[in-house]
Structure formats: C-alpha cells, structure tokens
Design a protein around this ligand. Structure first.
Ligand code: BES
Ligand code: ZN
Length: 374
C-alpha cells in the first residue's frame, strides 16, 4: 500500500516535472555570434535552422557564446614568445621510426565503428555512448602506462568531452600540446536533430580516428614527451563549438601554457585533386608555416593554404583566446565532402590512403612539438 502511494506520488511528481520543464527548455535562449560584434539571442529551433542554412550556402558559421561572452578579452602572457617562428623539424630519428607503426586498418575500423552510432548528437543517448566508447578506446590503448590519464569532461548536456593526457617529463612538463577533433555529429532534415541519422564518417569520425591511431602508436611505443600532450574529443562542436570553448576556458583560467594546437576535422574525402589544405584563417601563421615544414619533411605530398571564411571548427575557440592553432583539412572549401551533415556522410565515400596523410601529420606534430630545444 505504502509502495503504491509512493509510486503514485512519484508519477505525479514526474508528470509535473515533465510539463513544467519541457516548455522552459524549449524556449531557453542562447547567445549566438555570427560575426565580429554580431550577437543574437536564439531558440534551439532557430539555431538548427541557422546550421541548415550554412549547409545550403546561405550563411556563415556561428559560435554559441552564451557561457563564454568575454573569451577574447586578453591574450595569455605565454603567447608573447612564439616558439614556432623560424623553427625547423628536428626529431627525424624518432618520427621516422614511429611512422611505419601507424595502421590504415585500425584507422578505418575506428571510422567504421563511430559512424555506426545512429548519431553522435550532443543531446542524444548515442552521442553520450559514442563519447564513452572513445574514452574506453583511449583507456584500453594506454594499458600498462602509468603516465596516461583519460578523463570525461562534463558539460551542461548529455555528451561529455574526452581528454586523454600523456604526462610530460622534465622542466617543460607544465607546457601542453593539444591534438583535438569533435566527437559529435549532426544532420539536417525533418524531425528532431537528436533522432536524425547522422553517421558523420568524414565529419568527424575521421578526425577522432586520427587521434586514436596517433595516440595508439605513441602510447604503445613507449614514447615519452617533454611537454604534456592532450588528445581531446570535443563534445558539441556542431551547435556552436560548446565543448571546445569550455575546455579552452578551463585551460585559460588555470593559466596553462598551451604551446600548440592541431584541429582534425574532416580528413578523408580526397576531392578531385588530392592535396593537404592548411586552413589559413583563424590560425597561427608561424605554427602553420611549421606545419608546412612537417608536411614537406615527413609526407612529401602536395599542399596548399585556403581560408574557411569563418571560425568553422574548434581551432577557432583556441585562436579566439590567444592560443596558437592549426587546422589541416581535406580540401579547399567548395571541393570538400558535400555529404556532411546528412545521412550520406558514410565511409564508402572516403579514402583510407588519403586520410592516413593526416594521421602521419598528427604523429609528426605530436612528437615535434612535445620535444625539442625551445
Ligand atoms: N567540419 C565542419 C566545418 C567545415 C565544413 C569546415 C566544411 C570546412 C568545410 C564543422 O563540423 C561544422 O559544421 N562547423 C559549423 C560551424 C560551427 C561553428 C557551428 C559549420 O561550418 O556550419
Ligand atoms: Zn566537423
């Protein structure tokens, strides 16, 4: 009897929570920045429409700055001395030894598993499951290493970001290198975004698979960096760079000197003339030039620079807060994968050998920036 009453009570309570909560969340406004000084309060539906408009070429990008309104106020002091000015690659022996350890099959398998989640939307159960799966892979790959930690960073929505850290050794251990990409996926079309099919094989299972494969080789080879390396799978990029903004804010508030950031987002659709494209806007020019030198030294494949036109991925969160970031990308804008943000962003459109260039570049970047003179 008591139990029955309790259940009935809970039922009523849940009912009220439901009817009280739903309209409140549905009408919750977010502050959306669409350009310098251009900010508007928008509903979730309006943001969804904005994302769709971008995809059909009717608008630029946007950033949800609700919780990060003054991120660009000051430049961190340690950025005044840029170590990448005139720096040349200097770790050939180690990089050349590790490059043959990278596996195209592993890389492909990871894209395959990640794109099999119904979607990886930041507010869906499968988006949460995908983040947990990524954390599990980092943990498994790091077995036997006491200098690696894997952490879930919780945000105000279901999907957490994932941070796998290889601890540096010696006097530069407090300095950090970041390799990151977003774990979430999205799809425009009918119904609710949280229930739409969004495989996101290129956007951005390819970037996450790149992080996992670089991490696997570093962890299993026993590589020990001087600077601490963080591998980050950001949550909620597709809805305004939410995960990366939160992570950048946390680094900034702890005064952590982040020396170099590489963003990996869309790496495996080769387009008509396969070559690596370094995004030229919202990035650090010196680190970009150093990344060109890495491509010439270790990959020896054609490269070019091209602008995204706006802060189109998580590198923009770092750049905006004064940290040096680069963003190697699959193609000049316009020749990139036209299937992204749809149910057709699948692995069959992608090219493993092309994607592996970015895995090699990620490995070279991690080794070269985490060791060395300066
Ligand atoms: N991977 C895309 C960014 C992208 C797409 C870069 C095509 C270059 C070519 C990313 O996940 C994305 O969709 N970003 C949003 C902007 C973000 C700030 C909401 C976009 O481009 O609409
Ligand atoms: Zn993306």
């Amino acid at each position: 009897m008591k139990q029955g009453l309790f259940r009935a009570g809970m039922g009523v309570l849940l009912f009220f929570l439901f009817i009280v909560n739903v309209p409140v969340t549905a009408s919750e406004l977010r502050l959306i920045e669409t350009g310098p000084g251009q900010r508007t309060w928008m509903t979730e539906q309006e943001i969804d429409a904005l994302a769709t408009a971008r995809h059909t070429g009717r608008s630029g990008g946007f950033m949800d700055v609700t919780d990060f309104a003054d991120a660009s106020d000051e430049i961190p002091f340690f950025q005044l001395n840029n170590i990448f000015e005139n720096k040349a690659p200097s770790q050939q022996r180690i990089v050349d030894e590790l490059l043959p350890e990278l596996s195209g099959q592993n890389f492909w398998e990871w894209i395959d598993v990640l794109s099999a989640f119904h979607n990886r939307y930041y507010k869906s159960e499968s988006g949460l499951a995908a983040a947990n799966w990524i954390a599990d892979q980092f943990t498994r790959l790091a077995q036997g290493r006491t200098d690696v930690t894997v952490e879930l960073v919780r945000h105000g929505f279901l999907q957490p970001s994932v941070v796998a850290t290889i601890q540096g050794r010696g006097p530069k251990a407090n300095e950090r290198i970041v390799l990151g990409g977003h774990s979430d996926s999205t799809s425009s079309g009918g119904g609710l975004p949280a229930t739409r099919r969004a495989p996101g094989a290129d956007d951005n299972a390819s970037g996450i698979a790149t992080l996992l494969e670089v991490f696997r080789v570093l962890a299993q080879s026993g590589f020990q960096p001087e600077r601490t390396i963080e591998f980050i799978a950001y949550a909620a990029e597709e809805v305004g760079l939410l995960g990366s903004q939160a992570i950048v804010k946390a680094h900034k508030s702890q005064n952590i000197p982040v020396i170099a950031v590489m963003q990996l987002d869309m790496t495996s659709y080769p387009g008509t003339s396969p070559r690596l494209t370094l995004i030229s806007d919202y990035v650090n020019p010196d680190l970009n030039r150093f990344t060109e030198a890495l491509i010439d030294t270790y990959l020896k494949v054609p490269r070019q620079q091209a602008p995204c036109g706006y802060g189109c991925s998580d590198h923009a969160s770092w750049t905006r807060s004064g940290y040096p970031a680069v963003f190697p990308f699959e193609a000049p804008i316009g020749q990139d994968n036209a299937y992204i943000h749809s149910a057709y962003d699948t692995i069959d459109k992608l090219d493993m050998a092309f994607g592996m260039h970015f895995v090699k570049l990620g490995l070279a970047f991690a080794v070269e920036t985490s060791l060395g003179e300066k």
